[in-house]
Design a binder for this molecule. Structure first.
Ligand SMILES: Cc1cc2nc3c(=O)[nH]c(=O)nc-3n(C[C@H](O)[C@H](O)[C@H](O)COP(=O)(O)O)c2cc1C
Length: 223
């Protein structure tokens, strides 16, 4: 297992302070190591310019056959955010002590990345015969992570929350009921709440400590 490199914790602190200052100067390796799922956001709005830039970045991911078989539903409306928070079991995070605030509904933006099976099928035909894997979900996963990393790069924070009441999400967002568009997760995005620092640090240390090392994950030449 990889040990926690405490010289990095100083970096995390510097990064947290820089959140207020706009775009971070972290390179990709640093962003990958310092990003965490965030469970506390300030309610203040994200500048449209930053939001558009993050969405633009997420558009530049690879996709199966360049089908670009993913979509983003961007929710700013506070009523819809509250409904989504219920579908994302917000109250459970509070009950379990994972969050101190209504972090999903409080985030000024919730992005719902979706896999678009229809767009895949428009190029390749019926997925059941022509797709070895549900590529539209893989592509939407790539796009989600690009979105999240870009948010952190721009001094914001985000989470990926995949445990959802699917029926509620479909209904809230008026999604088709035929499984052609699959919502992957709620991705609340906003400025990190400094009041969450203690929980963030605890979680961060635990994550860094228990991350599997290469010896556990990498198989050279064969399984
Ligand atoms: C497919 C997927 C689904 C996830 N769903 C949830 C979720 O419903 N709730 C949650 O708190 N975190 C969820 N996560 C976040 C993981 O728990 C988190 O990434 C992991 O614990 C490592 O922590 P870190 O992201 O802070 O490094 C999900 C992550 C992935 C990739």
């Amino acid at each position: 297992m990889e040990g926690f490199n405490f010289s990095r914790s100083k970096h995390v602190k510097n990064w947290t302070q820089r959140v207020e200052l706009g775009p971070s100067r972290l390179n990709l390796s640093e962003l990958l190591r310092n990003r965490r799922n965030v469970y506390g956001f300030q309610s203040r709005a994200i500048p449209d310019k930053s939001l558009l830039r993050i969405l633009e970045d997420a558009r530049h991911v690879p996709s199966a056959g360049f089908t670009q078989d993913f979509d983003f539903i961007v929710v700013k409306d506070p009523t819809i955010r509250r409904e989504l928070a219920t579908a994302g079991h917000q109250s459970d995070y509070l009950l379990e002590g994972l969050a101190k605030s209504a972090f999903i509904s409080m985030a000024p933006v919730i992005v719902v990345p979706c896999g678009n099976k229809k767009r895949f099928e428009a190029k390749y035909g019926r997925a059941e015969e022509n797709a070895r894997l549900p590529w539209w979900l893989i592509d939407a996963g790539f796009a989600s992570f690009a979105l999240i990393l870009s948010a952190f790069e721009h001094g914001l924070a985000a989470s990926f929350l995949g445990v959802l009441d699917d029926e509620k999400v479909l209904q809230i967002l008026s999604l088709p009921m035929d499984s052609s568009i699959i919502p992957l997760a709620l991705v609340p995005i906003g400025y990190k709440d400094p009041g969450e620092e203690v929980l963030w640090t605890q979680r961060s240390r635990k994550t860094v400590r228990s991350r599997r090392g290469l010896d556990d994950l990498v198989h050279w030449n064969a399984w």
